[in-house]
Structures are given as C-alpha cells and as structure tokens.
Ligand binder design. Structure first.
Ligand SMILES: [Zn+2]
Ligand SMILES: [Zn+2]
Length: 342
C-alpha cells in the first residue's frame, strides 16, 4: 500500500510502498477515507517534537471504512464507517481504570508511536475504534478526533459553567470547535482572539465576539469588553508564551486558564497580581478522553458542532501535496484544516 512517511526529521515526508499491516485478534484494519494534517505533524517533520521510531507513517486524525477485523473483534464488521481515537491504551492499568487513559503506562499515539493514517490502510485495536454516524462526512470525522475532541476536553478541564464568559486565544482548527462548544455549553459571551481577519470572521459567524490581536493588546480589549471584570475561562490554543500569559491576564477573579498549545519555552507569570490575588488557576490539557468521544460525535451528528464552514480542503495521498500543506501550516496560513483523502 501507499504511505506518506517521516523518514528523516528535518526533511520532507516521503512517499513509499509498504505492506498492508497484519491484523491481530482484537485489531481492526481500516481503509483510510480521510486523514487530517495537524500542526503537530508539521512539528514532527520539523524535529520540534520527537516521534518514537523511524520511518513512521504520520497521521493521527483518521476516519474510514472497516476492511477486516481480527477473530476476537465483536463490535465492528467489514464495511462499517468508523473513526479512530488516536490513543492506543491497555484498558487495565490504574490510569485506564480511572478514565484518564491518556496517561496509560503503555500509551501509544497513532502517527507518533505507531503508524498513522497517511496511508491507504491503518490497523488499530478495537478499543480505539468508534462508529462514525452516517451524517458525518469522513473528513469531518477525521478532524473531530483531534481538534474538536481536544477543545471539548479543554472546556471540561476548565470546568466551564453556563452563564460564564470565555476567551479563546487562537481560532484555528481547535478554536472553531471551541467557540461552538463553549456557546453550546451555555457560555454567556465568547471572545475569539486572533491576528488573522479570516479566522476572526469565522469565529464571529459562530457567535463569538472577535478580538483582533493586531489592533492592540487583547488583554486590554477583553478587560474593556467585560467592563474590567475579565473572563471566567480562557483557552490558549496557539502555543506561545505571550498568548499563554495573555490568557492568564484576561482572567476574572476565580478564573481558569486552560493551556492547550505546545511550546518548549518558559511561561512568565506575576504570581501575586495574576494568580494569588484572584485565585486564578492555570490548567494543563493533554489530549482528550475516549469517554468524551461519543458526546462529541453526537454533537456533530445533530449539527450542533458544525465543521462544514469553509474549513476543510482536500489533498490527495501524495508526498508533495502533504509537504506543501505542512509548509503552509508552519507559516500560520489561512488554511484552517486540510485533510488527505486517499
Ligand atoms: Zn491533530
Ligand atoms: Zn492503560
């Protein structure tokens, strides 16, 4: 089968011919119909974050059709529409039992620790497979499983309650979902912060109040828009110390800042003014939970989470096209989400 693989970090991905993966007793072999190209994939290619082995097929946002199942698989059959939870976990360790399986002692991320979905086929254990409702196109099913799922987990971790106010820093793939989910969970006001006018426009379309970070300090703008109160919840989805600090500085008394964007750099905080004096909280967010996925699929199935608005572009399963998309991602271009459709 054809696969787009990371062979040498720091160099473009390569298109290679490899064997179709073998199917163990509890495995599901999926014919990939859509694989999202995520910012973290560009990070792997650029050597900004490590992958577990080389060469490796990237791609952790995957939807497709069941091609073949192992003899012990009960819940799926050939032809089923499915999407993949990108964490492969044991189901038995303390973290798995506690429902925090992203910390499973043997956790493997699809497209990072094991081969991912930039290929014609992918194999994953049944435990990581979810049925994709007919109403959700494969492309949307794929990106749901990363950006939307992580946005949902971030809002859960930040303990958003109805009537609260929210600021979302960065309106890329995660931000568009975060705006809609925050509104759906009853946020009174959602402020969307970005420098890109197209992304701000999209956020506004979904009911957010746009805050242009290129028009001035977003913290001051949010303070003004909330009459000096600040917001109850801030999500940082960019991965820059400056926006992380702005998220914290935007908080009201007892506010919670959930940090999702990745950076290796240090975040500076003024402990008294920004944390202690307001009893604010800074919360780390890592991936999401399998238990959050059914609710998310239901929101997408019923149209409460709309991923159809000019946010998806398709490219073929070709190294040149995929490398191009990653080049653009590295430059923070307008593309909100690009999906490989083999
Ligand atoms: Zn992703
Ligand atoms: Zn486990």
């Amino acid at each position: 089968m054809k696969a787009i693989r990371l062979v040498k970090p720091g160099s473009p991905l390569e298109e290679v011919e490899i064997a179709i993966p073998s199917v163990a007793a509890r495995d599901v072999l999926i014919r990939v119909k859509a694989a999202g190209i995520c910012h973290s994939d560009a990070h792997y290619r650029a050597r900004l974050s490590p992958v577990a082995r080389l060469p490796l097929t990237l791609g952790h946002e995957v939807a497709g059709v069941v091609e073949k199942t192992g003899p012990d698989v009960q819940a799926f059959a050939t032809g089923d529409r499915v999407c993949v939870h990108y964490l492969v976990t044991c189901g038995e360790c303390g973290f798995c039992r506690a429902g925090t399986e992203q910390f499973c002692t043997t956790v493997q991320m699809v497209g990072k620790n094991r081969d991912g979905g930039y290929a014609e086929f992918i194999v994953v254990p049944e435990r990581s497979v979810f049925r994709l409702p007919d109403e959700i196109p494969f492309e949307q099913g794929a990106i749901l499983m990363c950006s939307s799922a992580t946005s949902l987990h971030a809002l859960n971790k930040a303990r958003l309650r109805p009537g609260e106010t929210v600021a979302i820093f960065g309106v890329g793939g995660l931000g568009v979902s975060a705006v809609q989910l925050a509104k759906y969970f009853g946020a009174a006001e959602v402020f969307a912060v970005d420098i890109n006018p197209k992304k701000l426009e999209l956020a506004q379309h979904f009911g957010a109040i746009p805050v242009s970070a290129s028009a001035g300090n977003p913290v001051e703008q949010i303070q003004e828009l909330t009459r000096g109160r600040g917001v109850d919840v801030a999500l940082e989805l960019v991965g820059l110390p400056v926006t992380m600090r702005q998220a914290v500085q935007s908080l009201a008394i007892l506010g919670r800042a959930a940090l999702v964007g990745l950076t290796q750099e240090t975040l500076e905080i003024a402990p008294y003014a920004e944390l202690l004096n307001k009893e604010t909280e800074i919360i780390g967010v890592s991936d999401h939970l399998a238990s959050e996925i059914p609710a998310l699929l239901d929101l997408a199935r019923t149209g409460k989470l709309d991923l159809s608005h000019g946010i998806i572009r398709n490219v073929p399963l070709e190294a040149g096209a995929v490398n191009d998309v990653m080049d653009r991602l590295e430059n923070f271009s307008d593309d909100v989400r690009v999906v490989i459709t083999p």
